[in-house]
Unconditional design. Structure first.
Length: 352
């Protein structure tokens, strides 16, 4: 499908996929460059395929659509996606590395994303990555991402080493993001309890949703949204386990304020509708509940392209849900434009 979009009762329907990942086709040998291991390398072992390796151990096999913009555009045309929002693969965050090396790698990845966007500005929007373990360096790179590279914002992890997202050390990054009107997409990584979940892919199935809930609660309970009311944050995977545990979270806040309300005395549930989540919940009933919980303006299409836990045809769950056409259009593209701070006319044909 082309940029023209699918017709609905109210005109063309477009699709902006907020949650997709991209890598460069190659990058320097980081172990050799920085003098120690732990970084990802890419081995092109087969036409159109590559192995992501960490110190020689296989992490994941990826196809060319993880690095080839032309392959991505073809997939988008085949599945009706108008625009992809590009962010790195979270394993590349490298928050554990020396700050100057994480900055160097972040700049390399951000420059690549900016180049891909510049070559296809109607099809791609970029989110950068930051050396979050060094807030001073992260603030500087955030400014470069937005002011020099023209990226819409950044993707960050659900925690930074021993810091949850309520850590006061991280506040200057969020403060600068609000000042720049830069959006923040929070993606789970280094999942809590992963060492106790060696089987059944449980770190991805159980750990990731818990990580995202941890990130949301850290921001809520710390009062971050009170201090920075214009900060734009979106959480991956429909907010993880938060939508299904918000009742417990709210109840705990009410019955044990001495434990929960130590930094912020505002009801956790009142923040539903003050941040965004993506639509990747894999179930129409869950999506309908999320629309009721967060509101129709705070959910954006997200597929996790090009990985297997994603949605093969982005927007299928949204279209299958029992929702008004206008609400579906909000989820498919209008909410993403608002979150990203972009104008519809920059991407789609102007209606005559």
């Amino acid at each position: 499908m082309s940029q023209e979009g699918k017709k609905s009762e109210e005109g063309p329907t477009y699709r902006i996929d907020l949650h997709t990942h991209i890598l460069p086709k190659s990058w320097p040998d980081l172990k050799e460059k920085y003098g120690y291991g732990g970084f990802v390398s890419l081995e092109h072992h087969h036409p159109c395929k590559a192995k992501m390796l960490i110190d020689g151990k296989l992490f994941r096999v990826i196809d060319e659509n993880c690095w080839n913009p032309d392959a991505r555009i073809k997939d988008c045309d085949d599945t009706g996606v108008s625009v992809q929002v590009l962010s790195t693969v979270p394993v590349m965050f490298s928050y554990w590395a020396k700050p100057e090396h994480a900055l160097d790698l972040s700049r390399y990845l951000n420059d690549h994303i900016a180049q891909v966007v510049a070559e296809n500005p109607k099809r791609f929007v970029g989110l950068g990555t930051l050396p979050m373990q060094s807030p001073d360096l992260a603030v500087k790179e955030l400014r470069r991402c937005v002011e020099d590279l023209g990226l819409a914002g950044v993707q960050i992890g659900s925690h930074v080493n021993d810091w949850n997202l309520d850590a006061p050390e991280l506040f200057p990054i969020f403060e600068e993001a609000e000042r720049l009107n830069a959006c923040i997409f929070v993606h789970p990584w280094e999942m809590v309890g992963r060492d106790k979940m060696p089987k059944y892919w449980l770190p991805w199935l159980v750990g990731m949703p818990a990580e995202t809930c941890l990130a949301i609660c850290s921001m809520i309970f710390s009062g971050l949204f009170e201090k920075l009311p214009k900060l734009k944050v979106c959480f991956a995977h429909g907010g993880g386990s938060f939508p299904m545990t918000v009742g417990r979270i709210e109840h705990g806040f009410q019955v044990r304020p001495d434990l929960c309300a130590v930094d912020n005395n505002v009801s956790p549930k009142s923040y539903c509708g003050k941040f965004w989540v993506d639509s990747l919940v894999h179930d129409t009933k869950v999506l309908e509940y999320c629309v009721e919980l967060f509101g129709p303006d705070k959910i954006c299409l997200g597929s996790d392209y090009p990985f297997p836990l994603g949605e093969d045809r982005p927007g299928t769950i949204i279209e299958a849900a029992t929702l008004p056409r206008r609400t579906k259009d909000k989820l498919l593209f209008l909410n993403a434009l608002e979150f990203l701070g972009l104008d519809k006319n920059d991407f789609f044909p102007v209606s005559k």
